[in-house]
Design a protein around this ligand. Structure first.
Ligand SMILES: [Mg+2]
Length: 214
């Protein structure tokens, strides 16, 4: 066992999806869109289309004067500020480090988008913080995991990868020999799909597993 854990950020340590919903509520209040308007925004988020198409649909629906790019700028400015660190994460990371663990943050988000989400000293609780825009590769590329371990002064053998994305975090970590914990948020696993090492519904359940690991 290697006391080294790499964490994803969005929907693993901070509730980024919840932040999108809080932005919808904010927009609904600011522009008097009403309950039906909020319902439209929530439905739009579920539609499998590009962000550009989605912003255009919202503008058309409500007659906003912004262009899709301008609405996207508002979204990118507000959503990180509306995100919250999940309960207990800061204390749990502090305790993990006090017990001799090395910790890293590895996100496919860009520094400018992710920094505003890392409030209350979250960023100080990692030996290494790695944003996608600073490096030539992203999760699940094996090289990005190796680079983070190198910077932490350790290896990946027996180390831990924790995240909510089966593709980026769990498949990526497993491919380089890490133990994996999938933060499911209550989502079921697909039949015949990838099997994570362990499954928890929220990040609070991750830390007892790490403390118990041998
Ligand atoms: Mg994530």
């Amino acid at each position: 066992m290697n006391r080294f854990a790499i964490f994803d950020l969005d929907d693993t340590l901070v509730d980024s999806s919840g932040a999108v919903d809080r932005w919808f509520i904010e927009l609904t209040e600011q522009r008097n869109l009403g309950a039906a308007g909020l319902e439209f925004l929530r439905a739009e988020q579920q539609r499998p289309v590009s962000p550009q198409e989605s912003f255009q649909a919202i503008i058309d629906q409500f007659g906003f004067t912004e262009s899709p790019d301008e609405l996207r700028s508002i979204f990118l400015d507000r959503v990180p500020r509306l995100s919250r660190t999940f309960d207990g994460v800061l204390d749990s990371l502090r305790e993990l480090r006090a017990r001799g663990w090395r910790t890293a943050l590895l996100t496919n988000g860009t520094e400018v988008d992710q920094q505003p989400k890392m409030r209350d000293g979250l960023g100080d609780l990692f030996d290494v913080v790695c944003f996608a825009d600073d490096e030539p590769m992203r999760k699940p590329d094996p090289e990005i995991f190796r680079l983070v371990a190198d910077r932490a002064g350790t290896g990946l053998d027996g180390a831990w990868m924790i995240g909510d994305s089966l593709e980026h975090d769990i498949a990526g970590g497993a491919a380089v020999g890490m133990s994996t914990i999938w933060v499911s948020g209550g989502r079921p696993l697909q039949d015949g799909g990838l099997i994570p090492g362990q499954v928890v519904s929220s990040v609070a359940e991750v830390f007892p597993l790490l403390h118990a690991a041998r």
